[in-house]
Every structure is written in structure tokens, then in C-alpha cells.
Design a protein. Structure first.
Length: 305
């Protein structure tokens, strides 16, 4: 990983629309002989929702891990608001990137509210001694944190379950709680790894609305998801990873229409989708042509016996 030698004066606060929030350049991650992520460039601008799709094992989660300091990329550089990111996940969170995990990571035996409070620790100034001595500063900070945590639970629709143990929540609500906890660090960029996995269609639709609402609050979003309808409804831009490499990047229409994407990943056109009828017609024609060849070949084989 290259180091930043330039000193940039970045003013904290809300980013101006269209500025680059995340800038990943040539990110490569190798595990022994396996190159899980290979020279991936990706930017996310303020006000954007960007999708990252690709088959299982394509390197999507590994790429997220490189962005969040869980892994130090073998090669490449990741910048957040013009600063090279530190290679420690808590520092990355403090810098302004929050994430959720493909395999939910909650404190199962803590309450819903406590889980969100844990997410706030990078934003509270009260230090260790203040917490131990529990002086006025601590109580004030704690009250503010609780207020904000409840606000976030309200936002994701879990306020009524604040006192429940996390492990007693249904799966879909655990995913929402993870989002609330990520938001508690007051990020400028939120990374979501398969946020609708295991959700029913109504929950998925609600999550779509939630992601739009998060974007409307000025938080840029990068989301990995297998649900193509969710991705193409939601994202301003979509990047496709295949075997660790970025195959294509573009708006939903461009990506959906790309033959390589259809071949490598989508497999079948989406029902009720713009261009789906056309794609279905092409597929039918191809299938027809294929059937003719198959018959010919089969007949040929028959003759060969
Ligand atoms: N910590 C690791 N050590 C070794 N190989 C890994 C590790 N993490 C991921 N991989 C491998 O990297 C590839 C990409 O995995 P992953 O990023 O989880 O893909 P995706 O999220 O797109 O399904 C896979 O072949 C996986 O087995
Ligand atoms: Mg994954």
C-alpha cells in the first residue's frame, strides 16, 4: 500500500454534492496464491448509492474488508474524503466509514438499545476515567447518546423493541439493528454487505426505502446485494465484480444490458424490467437456434455410431 505524502487541508462537515467520498485505486488482495481482489478501482460520490454485484466468491466482501481496515490490501490505496485510510477498522470507523456484515454481528445478549449505544463509542468524547467516575460530563454524554440511539431506532423502525435482547429479534430486524448501530457512528459513507439476505419481499422493500432515506440524510452508500431488483431500483451506479476483477461499471440500464454481465452473472433477464422483453426475445431466438444445432449434432452422433 502506498502512503500519502501530500498534506491536504480538508474541512470537516457535510460534503458538497458530487464530491468524491470514497476513492479506491488498484485495490488488490491476495491470500497466498489466491488473488481474491485484483486491481479494483471504485469511487463513491456524495449523494450516491452505488451497488457492487457479482457471483459468490467474486471478492465483494474481501473488497469491503479492504475498505474498512479489516484487511490491508496487498496493493492499492483507499482514500476517504481525500485522506488515505488508516489500516485499523476502529480508525476507519472514526474517519467516517461504517458497515454492516454479511454474517450479522450483534451483541446477542445485549438489548437492542445497548447495541446501538456500542456503535456510538467512536463519537463520544467522554474518556475512560469519566466513565469510571461517572461525573456530570459522563451523565450528560450518556443522555445525549441514548437520545440519539433512540432516534436511530425510530428511524429504522425498532424503537418499540429497544429493551428486547438482540438475539430475540427476527432475522430481518437484526439486519435493521445492524444498520442502526452502523449509523450510530455518524458515518459519511455506509457499506452494506447483503442487507436483505434472509428477508421477505416486504422487508426487502422496506430496506430499499430505508437506504433511500439514509442517502437523503447526506450519507453515501455502497451496497453489496444479490437481489437484482433491489440493486437496480436503488443504485445510481453499479459495479460488477467477477473473479476479483471489475467487469463493468455503469448505471442500471447499462449494466443490465451488458452481455458479459448477463452471461457471467445474471443468467436470466429480470421479469417486468425495462429491456426484459427484448432480452427474452433474444434468448428465445438463441434457444431456438441452439435446439436446431443440438438436434443436428444429436442426429450426427446417431449416424456416427
Ligand atoms: N481470509 C481469507 N483467507 C483466504 N481466502 C479468503 C479469505 N477471505 C476470502 N477468501 C477467498 O476470497 C474469495 C472471495 O471471497 P469473498 O470476498 O467472500 O467473495 P464474495 O463476497 O464476493 O462472495 C473466495 O475465493 C474466498 O474463499
Ligand atoms: Mg460476500
Amino acid at each position: 500500500m502506498t502512503t500519502d505524502t501530500t498534506t491536504k487541508d480538508t474541512t470537516p462537515g457535510a460534503p458538497t454534492p458530487g464530491t468524491t467520498v470514497l476513492d479506491a485505486r488498484g485495490v488488490t488482495m491476495r491470500f497466498g496464491g489466491l488473488t481474491a481482489v485484483n486491481g479494483v478501482d471504485l469511487t463513491v460520490n456524495s449523494g450516491e448509492i452505488v451497488g457492487l454485484i457479482g457471483p459468490n466468491g467474486a471478492g465483494k466482501t474481501t473488497f469491503f474488508n479492504c475498505l474498512t481496515g479489516l484487511y490491508t490490501p496487498t496493493e492499492g490505496e483507499v482514500r476517504y474524503k481525500d485522506q488515505v485510510l488508516p489500516a485499523k477498522s476502529f480508525k476507519v470507523t472514526a474517519a467516517g466509514i461504517a458497515r454492516t456484515f454479511q454474517n450479522i454481528r450483534l451483541f446477542a445478549n445485549m438489548t437492542v438499545l445497548e447495541n446501538v449505544l456500542v456503535g456510538r463509542h467512536t463519537r463520544t468524547k467522554e474518556g475512560f476515567w469519566s466513565a469510571v467516575l461517572r461525573g456530570p460530563g459522563f451523565h450528560k454524554a450518556e443522555a445525549t447518546s441514548r437520545e440519539r440511539a433512540m432516534e436511530l431506532l425510530e428511524f429504522v423502525g425498532l424503537a418499540e423493541k429497544a429493551g428486547h435482547l438482540a438475539r430475540n429479534l427476527p432475522y430481518g430486524e437484526q439486519r435493521k439493528l445492524e444498520i442502526a448501530r452502523a449509523l450510530a457512528s455518524e458515518p459519511g459513507l455506509l457499506l452494506l454487505d447483503e442487507p436483505t439476505a434472509g428477508m421477505n419481499p416486504q422487508e426487502t422493500r422496506a430496506t430499499e426505502e430505508l437506504v433511500f432515506a439514509i442517502r437523503d440524510q447526506g450519507i453515501a452508500v455502497l451496497v453489496i446485494e444479490h437481489d437484482m431488483r433491489f440493486i437496480f431500483n436503488l443504485c445510481d451506479r453499479v459495479a460488477v465484480l467477477v473473479q476479483g476483477e471489475k467487469l463493468i461499471e455503469g448505471d442500471s440500464t447499462t449494466v443490465q444490458g451488458d452481455e458479459r454481465v448477463i452471461a457471467a452473472y445474471l443468467g436470466e433477464p429480470l421479469a417486468n424490467d425495462p429491456g426484459a422483453t427484448e432480452a427474452a426475445e433474444v434468448e428465445a431466438a438463441e434457444a431456438h437456434a441452439q435446439a436446431d444445432t443440438t438436434t443436428d449434432t444429436a442426429a450426427g452422433k446417431e449416424n456416427d455410431r
